[in-house]
Design a protein around this ligand. Sequence first.
Ligand code: CO
Ligand code: CO
Length: 317
Amino acid sequence: MLCELPPIDDPAVLVGTSTADDAAVYKLDDERAIVQTVDLITPIVDDPYDYGQIAAANSLSDVYAMGGSPLFALAVVCFPSRQVPLDVLGRILQGGIAKAREAGISVVGGHSVEDQEPKYGLVVTGLVSPDHILTNAGARPGDVLVLTKPIGSGILTTALKKKRLKEEAVRKVVEVMTTLNRAASEALEGLQVHALTDVTGFGLLGHLIEMVAASGVGARLQAPAVPVLEEAWPLARRGIYPGGTKRNLEYFGSSVQWSQETSKETQLVLADPQTSGGLLIAIAPEDIDELLSRLGTASIIGEITATPPGIVQVNGV
Ligand code: CO
Ligand code: CO
C-alpha cells in the first residue's frame, strides 16, 4: 500500500518506505542517525502484564533489527475504559515499562484513545551509526542464515484463544515472545552481518523472501533445521493456526520452491505469523562460529544463494 504514496525526497532519510524494512532511519550527522519505529498489537495472551511485556518487546525489536540501540519510548494505547477496569490497563502499562527498563530505556509519555478493542505498543526512538545500519538488503551468496528464536508463536496463541493450550505451553510461548532481541542484536557487533530483520507477521518464510528480494539473491532453507515450539506441530496437524498463515502462503506464491517432501504442517509452520519473533541474520561464513558462541541459543537454518534471485528453496520434510 505504501508504494502508492508519494516518494520521500529528504536526503537525510537513509531508510524509509522504499524497502520493506523495520524502522525509519534519519541521518543527523556523519556519526549519528535516529532510528524510529512504531508498532501496536491487540492482546494475544490473557495476562495483561504479559501482554504489555510482549507488545513492548515487539516494538523494541524493530530498532534492534536495524542494528540500533533504543534511547526512549512513548506508549500508544487504545482501551475500552467503560467496559474494562482501569487496573487492567495499569498492568499492561507496567508490563511495557518493565520490558523497556530491561532494554535500558524509559517510557516517557504517550497517548491513549477510547476504543472497543485494546491495543498497545511503543514508539521507540534509538540511535544507530550511519555506517553500521543493518537492513534486510545486502545478503550475499554464501552467507549463512541464522535464526535466534523458535517459531510457532502464532499457532500457539491461536490455540490459547480457543482455550486449547496447556498452561506449560502458555508459559513457554510467553517466554519466547517477551525475550528482547537486545542480546541477539548486541552479539552482532563487529561481525560481518550483511542483512538483518526480525520475524513478525509475514512469518519466517515471508521475511526471508523480503530479504532475498531486497538483496537480489536467493536462499536455501533447511526446514528440519528451523527451531519450532514443539506444541505447534500437533496443533497445525489439527488445523489450528492463525488466519494470516494462509494469506501468507498465497502471497508467497512463486517466490517459494517447495521440495516434494515438505509436509503441509511444515508449510504452515514456516508461514506462521510471529509476534516479537527472533532475528533473522545473514552472516559471512567465516564469522558464524564466533556468532554462535556469543549467542548461546541460535540455529543455522540455511544459506544465501546466487540464484535464482528472489526465490527461497525449501528443503526437507
Ligand atoms: Co520488523
Ligand atoms: Co514492526
